[in-house]
Design a binder for this molecule. Sequence first.
Ligand code: R5P
Length: 263
Amino acid sequence: MDWGLKNRMSKIIKPDTGRSVMLAVDHGYFLGPTSRLEDPKKTISPLAPYADSIMLTRGVLRSSVDPSLFNSVVLRVSGGTSIIGEDLANEGIITCMEEALRLNASGIALSIFVGSKYERQTLLSLAELVDSGERHGMPVLAVTAVGKELGKRDARFLALSCRIAAEIGAHIVKTYYCDDFEKVVDGCPAPIVVAGGPKMTEKEALELTHKSISKGAIGVDMGRNIWQSEHPVPMIKAVRKIVHEDATAKEAYDLFKKLAKNK
Ligand code: R5P
C-alpha cells in the first residue's frame, strides 16, 4: 500500500486496536428522510465524537457536518436509485474521485449487488473505483447484500459476495452478520465491518456487535441501531466498548443502561 492509502486506512481502522466504529448515516440516498435521520445535523452532531468514521453522502456532509470535525469520512459514491424505483440494484457512481479528494474523504463506499440483474454493472463499478482508488491513495469500501439481496442473508451468499468484493480489490468489505459468520470472514481476505440492519433492542444489537467481533469482523458500520435508539450516545459508547475494548455484550449493555439512566 502507498503511504497515502495507508494513512487514510488508519483514519478508518484505528491502528491501536485494528478495529473500527463507523457510523452509517447514508440511508437518505435511497430511503429519503428516514426516521430519526430527518435532520442529519441533529442526528450526527452528538454522535460524531464517538465514531472513528462517518459514512454519508456529499450532500449531507456539506450541509450537516462541521468541517472542523475531527473524525474521518467515508463517502458513499454509489446511488441513483430509490426505494420506490424499479430496482434498487441498478446503481451507478454518483460522486467522482476528484470530489472525494476535495472533501478530504478517508475512503469511498459503493454497493455491489451480487446475484442481481445488475451484478456485472456494480462489480465493474467497484473495479473502476479500486483502480482509481489505488491511483489516488483512496481506500474503497464495498457494501454487500443491500436491498432485495438482503433476503438471501446466509453464510454461503455473504461469503460469495464478500469474497468477490475482496478479489476485485475492495480495501474494506461491509456485510451483515449471519449464522456461521466465521465462514464469511475466513473466505474474505479484506477486513470486514458489519452493518446493524433494521432496529432491534439495544441488548440484541450489542449481542450482534459482540458476535460479529468475536467471529472476526474488525468493526461495525452501524446506523439505525444507534441513532434510532432512545439513547443514541449511550448506545454508540456501548458499541465502542465492545469494538475497541473487547467488552462482553453484557458489560456493554450494563454500560448502556447506566449511561441511559444518568442522562
Ligand atoms: C447500506 O448501504 C446503508 O446505506 C447503510 O449504511 C447500512 O445499511 C448500515 O446501516 P444500518 O446499520 O442502519 O443497517
